[in-house]
Write a protein that binds this ligand. Structure first.
Ligand SMILES: *Cc1c(COP(=O)(O)O)cnc(C)c1O
Length: 229
């Protein structure tokens, strides 16, 4: 078994254990392998180990990797998306784009998805802490953005995504994950959107995110090893 396959098994076991600890079904939390900055051969290893859900943060990288790798891969975009890359982004046929954080970007994606004849699944990225990541909407911008989304016939808003401020202590992320879940609960109650997906938790804090309701964790380092700076 390759090192990456072993790492993958270890992370899958952590996911299962974290679910068990809080009384959730392991099947209700999906594992995304974040393959950014990893070359095609490395990515192929994780795919051969059975991991088909992959996250990338740059369109240019996806355009290079996609033709080289199996078509069964479920690509997700998790990095910031610039409006001038929207055409390529839609062309990549991501199963989901996690980083939608403005009305302008949403309208651009909707228009392009319409032109390419698809419905694009998206998540809205929320910066719950107001610090850390400079991307993502403030919590009070969520309702207005959802109102706009209601008119975007070529977008399907599946839920919310967040990146908490970096901290050594994974428990520090807990309150931010909880805030995202509560924001979702409130929005689901008051709008027509179910917002079932909560994309939160990375290598060092996936257990905390699962406890707070994550439906998808995004794990890079603990599957592939450290990335080049
Ligand atoms: C890189 C990245 C991850 C993975 O982080 P690790 O700490 O390597 O697990 C998760 N989410 C986003 C948005 C990322 O950019």
């Amino acid at each position: 078994m390759t090192e990456i396959a072993e790492n993958l098994e270890r992370v899958q076991a952590r996911l299962a254990k974290a679910c068990e600890a809080c009384g959730r079904e392991a099947a209700d939390v999906e594992l995304m392998a974040v393959s950014k900055k990893k070359d095609v051969d490395t990515v192929r290893e994780v795919v051969q180990a059975g991991q088909l859900l992959l996250g990338e943060n740059r369109i240019q990288e996806v355009l290079i990797k996609q033709p080289e790798l199996p078509s069964a891969i479920r690509w997700h975009l998790i990095g910031h998306l610039q409006s001038n890359k929207v055409k390529h982004a839609i062309h990549c046929r991501f199963e989901c784009i996690h980083s939608v954080d403005s009305v302008k970007l949403m309208h651009a994606l909707n228009k392009e998805a319409g032109e390419q004849g698809i419905v694009q699944n998206i998540l809205l990225q929320v910066n719950v802490s107001g610090e850390g990541s400079k991307f993502g909407i403030a919590p009070d911008e969520l309702f207005p953005l959802l109102e706009e989304a209601a008119g975007c016939m070529h977008l399907n808003v599946e839920g919310l995504m967040t990146i908490p401020p970096v901290s050594e202590n994974p428990e520090k992320a807990g309150p931010y994950f909880k805030q995202l879940r509560e924001l979702r609960d409130q929005a689901a109650l008051e709008t027509g959107f179910a917002l079932e997906s909560l994309s939160m938790g990375m290598s060092h804090d996936m257990e905390v995110a699962i406890r707070e309701g994550a439906t998808m964790v995004r794990v890079g380092t603990d599957i592939f090893g450290a990335r080049a700076k």
